[in-house]
Design a protein around this ligand. Sequence first.
Ligand SMILES: [Zn+2]
Length: 297
Amino acid sequence: MTETANTPPAPIVDASSPKEIADGVFVIEDHRIPLVPNIGIVLGEHSALVVDSGMGRANGEAVLAAAQKLAGSRKLYLTITHFHPEHGYGAEPFKGVAEIVYNRAQAAELAAKGEAYLDMFKGMGPAVAAALENTHLVEADTLYDGGEHEVELGGRKILLKTWGKAHTQADQIVFLPAEKILFTGDLAEEKTFPIFPWFPPHDMDIDAATWVKALEDCIALSPAIVVPGHGDLGGGDILVGVRDYIEDVKARVDTGKNKGMSEDAMVEALGPEIRARHPDWHFPEWIDFAIRYFAQQ
Ligand SMILES: [Zn+2]
């Protein structure tokens, strides 16, 4: 098969030039490449934290090398915002080099679904399969219970926070309270239709109400910079956009249900309306998943 203009670029992280968004806070940008996340590297006096790894061994190695170059002799931590492959399946090269830390529910979700998602993603085409070649899932070194965990990097405190089931079973944000910088994972993507991974009966672990609550709490943090899971960096308006979208889809589906519309009829009628409200957003294929999620609540 030949490459066409419609073939998405390979999901390769370009870790060559992390962008310094604040003193000692770097982002390896996704450049809007599908299945590449925004990745953070945060330096303190004695330690450094990497936020997400990219997908697969080679991407993880590239991110680790970039982090080591910036961190020098500092102790390294890696945290993962949620178990989805493009965010955390590059963790393997970090094992034994960095302390991998995230919440217990995320670990349980990775243990339950990780291998199935690895197989599913390998079936998404040769470029994705190549990125996942020789990739093995690894466990965290440190798991925290409850909603919050603090990591001290030396002169810089990092807050890891989860609300439980939202976009996945245990999405986690990373917040720098002093600088008011927020890494959202896929709780917020910029100019992108929010990903509702609603794959009944295999994966139905979404809670839109908790997702909205998480976004509300993030808005209340008044972040100066929001680093979304995917897309360009911005401010709190990214969070507002995602919250409003979720509430809008829910309201439209509730109205459809009250009219007695079937799920398929709602997808057909509401999908184009919702898409038209966000003409500059990417990946409209996720609209139907959101409609079907709300239809079945
Ligand atoms: Zn995700």
